[in-house]
Design a protein around this ligand. Structure first.
Ligand code: NAD
Length: 331
């Protein structure tokens, strides 16, 4: 382990090429044999588990924290978690929205629900949030990293400040939130971290270059973290979930942009996606695809270059459904 600041202050020192000694082949052979035994045991356990019915997890009385909980999908997730009996910390940069969500939930479900103002792309604000939530409520059991900016733009004309903000809110915030909240979960030996990704991290689409990259970052982050947690032995009590929602009708401006392609892309309600996400969490499903057309998205990956071009240009040029040319606009 090294400190990045100290490393960058030092003069650059090229590494010496390590010499392979003769025992490395033997070491590789021993490791390969051990791994083969582990794989056989894993297959055996998997087979036994096929015949066991796994009970859904009871998350009642757990404390869930949802970022971006003031509006859209985050708001629906807060309601759905409260329905399961969770207490909820509703976190948003839009305090009015968070307050509204928390008040309605408190009224409807007799659980504890509090609003918190926080810009989740700011590390100091996250440290303050953690202190406030732990003092006023308790340690977070379920962290839902949902806050995000669905950013559509022609990449070549897109605004550099918008790109920076999208990366900070969509990707950096999820890494910082997880880093700052996971230590308490490990100490308490319980934690569920749900990451809201996007279908665009699976199917790359034009006009969503930066957005798609930020969501692929989230996808890669959680998958790599799974490996870290496995190696450190924390995988028994820390579980990670990735949710891939299809397009939803949430914020008005985004919905208007997506109207351009409404005849091609279905749009789901945020309640439906929240339902899929929370059902997946209690069923222990690590990858949750909140869409009705996953096979079509997978099939799209195998299209030839010209077929992809044809489909994309037909959608984007579609003046029947959109009074303007989406290709030349920063949306
Ligand atoms: N809407 C879609 O079609 C769609 C599709 C797939 C995935 N998603 C993802 O779902 C998540 C929710 O999207 P949505 O459509 O509900 O968005 P939304 O714009 O309706 O709501 C996002 C919420 O996050 C809050 N927020 C934004 N920046 C924040 C910050 N820095 N700190 C704290 N809160 C902040 C906003 O105030 C808002 O309340 C996002 O991660 C988005 O990328 C959306």
């Amino acid at each position: 382990m090294y400190n990045i600041n100290e490393l960058m202050e030092r003069d650059y020192r090229p590494a010496v090429n390590p010499q392979k000694n003769s025992s490395y082949k033997l070491t590789l052979l021993v490791v390969a044999l051990k791994v083969s035994v582990v794989i056989i045991c894993d297959i055996f356990h998997w087979f036994i588990n096929l015949f066991k019915s796994s009970e859904p997890e009871n998350i009642s009385k757990k404390l869930a924290l949802v970022t971006g909980g003031g509006n859209g999908l985050g708001r629906s997730l807060c309601f759905r978690l409260a329905q399961e009996g969770c207490d909820v910390a509703v976190v948003d940069i839009d305090y009015k929205g968070a307050f509204q969500t928390a008040s309605e939930i408190q009224e409807k479900y007799k659980i504890i629900c509090k609003p918190y103002h926080c810009d989740v792309s700011d590390k100091n604000a996250i440290y303050k949030l953690k202190n406030d939530v732990e003092r006023e409520m308790r340690g977070v059991d379920i962290l839902v990293n949902n806050a995000g900016l669905l950013y559509t733009a022609n990449f070549l004309t897109s605004n550099v400040e918008d790109i920076e903000r999208a990366v900070k809110v969509n990707t950096l915030s999820q890494i910082l939130m997880t880093r700052i909240f996971i230590s308490g979960m490990i100490e308490r030996k319980y934690g569920r971290i749900m990451s809201i990704c996007s279908i665009t991290s699976i199917v790359e689409s034009p006009t969503m270059v930066t957005y798609s990259a930020t969501k692929k970052g989230v996808d890669g982050f959680i998958k790599a973290l799974k490996e870290d947690i496995l190696v450190s032995g924390n995988d028994e009590f820390i579980k990670l979930f990735l949710v891939y929602p299809d397009f939803m009708h949430t914020r008005e401006e985004i919905s208007n942009v997506l109207d351009a392609v409404k005849h091609f892309l279905p749009r789901l309600s945020p309640d439906r996606v929240a339902d899929d996400a929370v059902n997946g969490l209690i069923a222990g499903k690590e990858y949750i695809y909140a869409t009705d057309i996953m096979p079509i998205y997978y099939a799209a990956k195998f299209l030839t270059k010209n077929a992809k071009k044809h489909i994309s240009t037909s959608i984007l040029d579609s003046s029947i459904f959109f009074s303007g040319n989406i290709k030349n606009k920063t949306l």
